[in-house]
Design a protein around this ligand. Structure first.
Ligand code: SF4
Length: 289
Protein backbone atom coordinates (compact mmCIF):
# COMPACT_ATOMS: atom_id res chain seq x y z
CA UNK A 1 0.00 0.00 0.00
CA UNK A 2 1.36 3.43 -0.91
CA UNK A 3 0.34 6.77 0.62
CA UNK A 4 0.76 9.92 -1.47
CA UNK A 5 0.23 13.55 -0.48
CA UNK A 6 -1.25 15.70 -3.26
CA UNK A 7 1.65 17.96 -4.36
CA UNK A 8 -0.82 20.80 -5.10
CA UNK A 9 -2.60 20.68 -1.74
CA UNK A 10 -1.92 23.12 1.08
CA UNK A 11 -2.54 26.73 1.97
CA UNK A 12 -3.29 29.26 -0.74
CA UNK A 13 -1.01 32.31 -0.80
CA UNK A 14 -3.65 34.50 0.92
CA UNK A 15 -3.67 32.22 3.96
CA UNK A 16 0.14 31.83 3.92
CA UNK A 17 0.48 35.61 3.95
CA UNK A 18 -1.91 35.99 6.92
CA UNK A 19 -0.18 33.25 8.94
CA UNK A 20 3.25 34.73 8.15
CA UNK A 21 2.03 38.12 9.41
CA UNK A 22 0.74 36.52 12.63
CA UNK A 23 3.95 34.54 13.23
CA UNK A 24 6.14 37.60 12.58
CA UNK A 25 4.21 39.65 15.12
CA UNK A 26 4.05 36.82 17.66
CA UNK A 27 7.81 36.23 17.48
CA UNK A 28 8.32 39.63 19.12
CA UNK A 29 5.12 40.29 21.11
CA UNK A 30 4.02 36.69 22.04
CA UNK A 31 0.45 37.97 22.14
CA UNK A 32 -1.83 39.05 19.32
CA UNK A 33 -5.57 39.27 18.76
CA UNK A 34 -7.11 37.96 15.56
CA UNK A 35 -10.63 38.79 14.38
CA UNK A 36 -12.13 35.34 13.78
CA UNK A 37 -10.25 32.11 13.07
CA UNK A 38 -7.19 32.92 10.96
CA UNK A 39 -7.99 29.87 8.84
CA UNK A 40 -10.91 27.43 8.89
CA UNK A 41 -8.82 24.71 10.39
CA UNK A 42 -8.93 23.97 14.13
CA UNK A 43 -5.53 22.29 14.24
CA UNK A 44 -3.76 25.31 12.73
CA UNK A 45 -5.76 27.68 14.95
CA UNK A 46 -4.66 25.65 17.98
CA UNK A 47 -0.99 25.71 16.89
CA UNK A 48 -1.08 29.52 16.63
CA UNK A 49 -2.99 29.80 19.93
CA UNK A 50 -0.03 28.05 21.58
CA UNK A 51 2.16 30.84 20.20
CA UNK A 52 -0.11 33.53 21.69
CA UNK A 53 -2.79 34.21 19.07
CA UNK A 54 -6.18 34.95 20.65
CA UNK A 55 -9.30 34.79 18.51
CA UNK A 56 -11.87 37.51 19.18
CA UNK A 57 -15.16 38.55 17.56
CA UNK A 58 -16.34 42.02 16.57
CA UNK A 59 -18.18 42.51 19.91
CA UNK A 60 -14.94 41.96 21.78
CA UNK A 61 -13.09 44.30 19.39
CA UNK A 62 -15.47 47.06 20.44
CA UNK A 63 -14.37 46.69 24.08
CA UNK A 64 -10.59 46.34 23.68
CA UNK A 65 -8.12 48.91 24.96
CA UNK A 66 -5.48 50.13 22.45
CA UNK A 67 -3.68 46.99 21.25
CA UNK A 68 -2.79 45.16 18.02
CA UNK A 69 -5.35 43.13 16.07
CA UNK A 70 -4.82 41.04 12.94
CA UNK A 71 -7.36 41.04 10.12
CA UNK A 72 -7.27 37.65 8.42
CA UNK A 73 -7.33 36.85 4.68
CA UNK A 74 -11.16 36.95 4.49
CA UNK A 75 -11.18 40.71 5.05
CA UNK A 76 -13.53 42.88 7.09
CA UNK A 77 -16.30 45.41 6.45
CA UNK A 78 -15.59 49.17 6.78
CA UNK A 79 -17.28 49.20 10.22
CA UNK A 80 -14.39 47.15 11.65
CA UNK A 81 -11.82 49.74 10.54
CA UNK A 82 -13.95 52.50 12.07
CA UNK A 83 -14.22 50.65 15.39
CA UNK A 84 -10.46 50.03 15.48
CA UNK A 85 -9.69 53.67 14.78
CA UNK A 86 -12.12 54.89 17.45
CA UNK A 87 -10.49 52.62 20.04
CA UNK A 88 -6.87 53.37 19.13
CA UNK A 89 -6.32 49.81 17.94
CA UNK A 90 -3.45 49.09 15.53
CA UNK A 91 -4.54 46.78 12.73
CA UNK A 92 -2.27 44.34 10.93
CA UNK A 93 -4.31 44.01 7.75
CA UNK A 94 -3.67 40.59 6.20
CA UNK A 95 -6.70 40.72 3.92
CA UNK A 96 -5.85 38.66 0.82
CA UNK A 97 -5.04 41.04 -2.08
CA UNK A 98 -7.62 39.21 -4.22
CA UNK A 99 -10.35 39.79 -1.63
CA UNK A 100 -9.24 43.39 -1.22
CA UNK A 101 -9.57 43.95 -4.98
CA UNK A 102 -13.03 42.34 -4.94
CA UNK A 103 -14.13 44.62 -2.08
CA UNK A 104 -13.06 47.59 -4.19
CA UNK A 105 -14.93 46.32 -7.27
CA UNK A 106 -18.10 45.80 -5.26
CA UNK A 107 -17.80 49.24 -3.70
CA UNK A 108 -17.50 50.80 -7.16
CA UNK A 109 -20.36 48.65 -8.50
CA UNK A 110 -22.50 49.69 -5.57
CA UNK A 111 -21.88 53.37 -6.25
CA UNK A 112 -22.84 52.88 -9.91
CA UNK A 113 -25.95 50.91 -9.02
CA UNK A 114 -26.98 53.45 -6.39
CA UNK A 115 -26.88 56.13 -9.08
CA UNK A 116 -28.75 53.94 -11.60
CA UNK A 117 -31.43 52.61 -9.24
CA UNK A 118 -29.90 49.13 -9.45
CA UNK A 119 -28.97 46.32 -7.09
CA UNK A 120 -25.93 44.33 -6.02
CA UNK A 121 -26.10 40.58 -5.44
CA UNK A 122 -23.35 38.40 -3.98
CA UNK A 123 -23.24 34.64 -4.46
CA UNK A 124 -21.85 33.31 -1.19
CA UNK A 125 -22.52 31.76 2.17
CA UNK A 126 -24.70 33.92 4.42
CA UNK A 127 -22.74 34.96 7.49
CA UNK A 128 -19.37 33.85 6.04
CA UNK A 129 -16.67 36.34 7.05
CA UNK A 130 -15.68 37.18 3.47
CA UNK A 131 -19.32 37.79 2.53
CA UNK A 132 -19.80 40.04 5.56
CA UNK A 133 -16.76 42.05 4.41
CA UNK A 134 -18.04 42.24 0.83
CA UNK A 135 -21.57 43.20 1.86
CA UNK A 136 -20.09 45.93 4.05
CA UNK A 137 -18.93 47.66 0.84
CA UNK A 138 -22.61 48.13 -0.08
CA UNK A 139 -23.71 49.43 3.32
CA UNK A 140 -25.08 45.89 3.92
CA UNK A 141 -27.66 46.28 1.17
CA UNK A 142 -26.53 43.48 -1.17
CA UNK A 143 -28.78 40.51 -1.87
CA UNK A 144 -26.90 37.46 -0.63
CA UNK A 145 -27.63 34.43 -2.79
CA UNK A 146 -26.79 31.16 -1.06
CA UNK A 147 -29.57 28.97 -2.47
CA UNK A 148 -31.49 29.01 -5.80
CA UNK A 149 -34.63 30.46 -4.14
CA UNK A 150 -32.68 33.48 -2.89
CA UNK A 151 -32.91 35.06 -6.36
CA UNK A 152 -36.58 35.80 -5.59
CA UNK A 153 -35.28 38.80 -3.63
CA UNK A 154 -34.00 40.33 -6.91
CA UNK A 155 -36.16 42.91 -8.65
CA UNK A 156 -35.81 41.87 -12.31
CA UNK A 157 -37.15 45.20 -13.48
CA UNK A 158 -34.03 46.94 -12.18
CA UNK A 159 -30.31 46.74 -13.14
CA UNK A 160 -28.21 44.15 -11.34
CA UNK A 161 -24.50 43.51 -10.78
CA UNK A 162 -23.60 40.04 -9.51
CA UNK A 163 -20.34 39.02 -7.80
CA UNK A 164 -19.19 35.81 -6.12
CA UNK A 165 -17.44 35.03 -2.87
CA UNK A 166 -13.95 33.91 -3.96
CA UNK A 167 -14.27 30.32 -2.74
CA UNK A 168 -17.55 29.27 -4.36
CA UNK A 169 -18.13 26.56 -6.95
CA UNK A 170 -17.62 27.72 -10.54
CA UNK A 171 -20.35 25.33 -11.78
CA UNK A 172 -22.95 26.59 -9.27
CA UNK A 173 -22.10 30.18 -10.11
CA UNK A 174 -22.53 29.41 -13.81
CA UNK A 175 -26.00 27.94 -13.28
CA UNK A 176 -26.99 30.87 -11.04
CA UNK A 177 -25.99 33.31 -13.78
CA UNK A 178 -28.04 31.31 -16.34
CA UNK A 179 -31.09 31.34 -14.04
CA UNK A 180 -30.91 35.09 -13.57
CA UNK A 181 -30.44 35.68 -17.31
CA UNK A 182 -33.52 33.54 -17.97
CA UNK A 183 -35.59 35.55 -15.50
CA UNK A 184 -34.58 38.82 -17.17
CA UNK A 185 -35.31 37.33 -20.59
CA UNK A 186 -38.75 36.06 -19.42
CA UNK A 187 -39.81 39.63 -18.73
CA UNK A 188 -39.21 40.43 -22.40
CA UNK A 189 -37.84 43.89 -21.60
CA UNK A 190 -35.38 45.19 -24.21
CA UNK A 191 -31.89 46.04 -22.94
CA UNK A 192 -32.07 44.55 -19.44
CA UNK A 193 -29.03 45.66 -17.47
CA UNK A 194 -27.52 42.59 -15.81
CA UNK A 195 -23.76 41.97 -15.52
CA UNK A 196 -22.23 38.97 -13.72
CA UNK A 197 -18.56 39.21 -12.81
CA UNK A 198 -16.50 36.06 -12.43
CA UNK A 199 -14.82 36.74 -9.11
CA UNK A 200 -14.05 33.18 -8.01
CA UNK A 201 -10.39 32.92 -7.04
CA UNK A 202 -8.39 31.15 -9.75
CA UNK A 203 -6.49 29.34 -7.02
CA UNK A 204 -9.80 27.69 -6.04
CA UNK A 205 -11.01 27.18 -9.61
CA UNK A 206 -7.69 25.60 -10.68
CA UNK A 207 -7.55 23.47 -7.58
CA UNK A 208 -10.65 21.61 -8.76
CA UNK A 209 -8.96 20.49 -12.01
CA UNK A 210 -5.74 19.55 -10.20
CA UNK A 211 -7.74 17.65 -7.59
CA UNK A 212 -9.62 15.75 -10.28
CA UNK A 213 -6.35 14.43 -11.72
CA UNK A 214 -5.04 13.50 -8.29
CA UNK A 215 -8.28 11.77 -7.20
CA UNK A 216 -8.31 9.66 -10.38
CA UNK A 217 -4.71 8.55 -9.78
CA UNK A 218 -5.46 6.83 -6.42
CA UNK A 219 -7.93 4.22 -5.09
CA UNK A 220 -9.07 6.21 -2.06
CA UNK A 221 -8.84 9.89 -1.15
CA UNK A 222 -8.57 11.15 2.40
CA UNK A 223 -9.72 14.75 2.21
CA UNK A 224 -8.37 16.66 5.21
CA UNK A 225 -10.33 19.81 6.05
CA UNK A 226 -11.87 21.80 8.86
CA UNK A 227 -15.66 21.39 9.01
CA UNK A 228 -16.14 25.17 8.66
CA UNK A 229 -14.19 25.53 5.43
CA UNK A 230 -16.51 26.36 2.53
CA UNK A 231 -13.66 25.72 0.11
CA UNK A 232 -13.14 22.37 1.85
CA UNK A 233 -16.76 21.31 1.33
CA UNK A 234 -16.69 22.35 -2.30
CA UNK A 235 -13.45 20.48 -3.06
CA UNK A 236 -14.52 17.43 -1.05
CA UNK A 237 -17.73 17.13 -3.10
CA UNK A 238 -15.71 17.64 -6.26
CA UNK A 239 -13.32 14.84 -5.29
CA UNK A 240 -16.24 12.52 -4.47
CA UNK A 241 -17.66 13.00 -7.96
CA UNK A 242 -14.53 11.61 -9.63
CA UNK A 243 -13.46 9.27 -6.82
CA UNK A 244 -16.46 7.92 -4.85
CA UNK A 245 -13.98 6.50 -2.30
CA UNK A 246 -13.31 9.95 -0.85
CA UNK A 247 -13.55 10.43 2.90
CA UNK A 248 -13.41 13.73 4.75
CA UNK A 249 -11.48 13.93 8.02
CA UNK A 250 -10.35 16.86 10.11
CA UNK A 251 -7.55 15.06 12.00
CA UNK A 252 -5.57 11.78 11.98
CA UNK A 253 -7.63 10.56 14.98
CA UNK A 254 -10.66 10.10 12.71
CA UNK A 255 -8.98 7.52 10.49
CA UNK A 256 -10.49 4.01 10.52
CA UNK A 257 -8.27 1.14 9.33
CA UNK A 258 -11.27 -0.70 7.76
CA UNK A 259 -11.37 1.96 5.03
CA UNK A 260 -8.10 0.65 3.60
CA UNK A 261 -9.07 -3.01 3.05
CA UNK A 262 -8.01 -3.95 -0.50
CA UNK A 263 -6.77 -0.40 -1.25
CA UNK A 264 -3.44 -0.08 -3.09
CA UNK A 265 -2.98 3.67 -3.38
CA UNK A 266 -4.18 6.16 -0.77
CA UNK A 267 -4.15 9.84 -1.69
CA UNK A 268 -4.12 12.61 0.93
CA UNK A 269 -5.29 16.05 -0.05
CA UNK A 270 -7.14 19.02 1.44
CA UNK A 271 -8.66 22.47 1.17
CA UNK A 272 -6.81 25.75 0.64
CA UNK A 273 -7.05 26.09 4.45
CA UNK A 274 -5.46 22.70 5.26
CA UNK A 275 -1.89 22.90 6.60
CA UNK A 276 0.72 20.70 5.00
CA UNK A 277 1.94 19.50 8.41
CA UNK A 278 -1.52 18.07 9.14
CA UNK A 279 -1.50 16.05 5.92
CA UNK A 280 1.98 14.76 6.90
CA UNK A 281 0.55 13.65 10.26
CA UNK A 282 -2.25 11.77 8.47
CA UNK A 283 0.34 10.04 6.28
CA UNK A 284 2.47 9.09 9.30
CA UNK A 285 -0.54 7.68 11.12
CA UNK A 286 -1.50 5.45 8.18
CA UNK A 287 2.09 4.23 7.66
CA UNK A 288 3.03 3.69 11.30
CA UNK A 289 -0.11 2.50 13.11
S1 SF4 B 1 -8.64 31.32 -1.81
FE1 SF4 B 1 -7.85 32.92 -3.19
S2 SF4 B 1 -8.95 34.78 -2.57
FE2 SF4 B 1 -9.22 33.32 -0.90
S3 SF4 B 1 -7.53 33.78 0.51
FE3 SF4 B 1 -6.80 32.17 -0.87
S4 SF4 B 1 -5.73 33.25 -2.52
FE4 SF4 B 1 -7.02 34.74 -1.44
Amino acid sequence: MSVIIDPNAGFCFGVVKAIDAAERQLSSSHQLYCLGDIVHNNEEVERLAQMGLTVIDSDRLATLPPTTVLIRAHGEPPATYRTAEARGITLIDATCPIVLALQKRIREGYEQMAAAGGQIAIFGKKGHAEVVGLNGQTGNTAIIVSAPDDIEAIDFHRPLRLYSQTTMSREEYGSLVSNIERRYADLGIEGSDFIAYNTICSRVANRATQLEEFARSVDLVLFVSGVNSSNGHYLYEYSRKVQPSTRMISSPAEIERDWFAGVERIGITGATSTPRWLMEQVKNKIEND
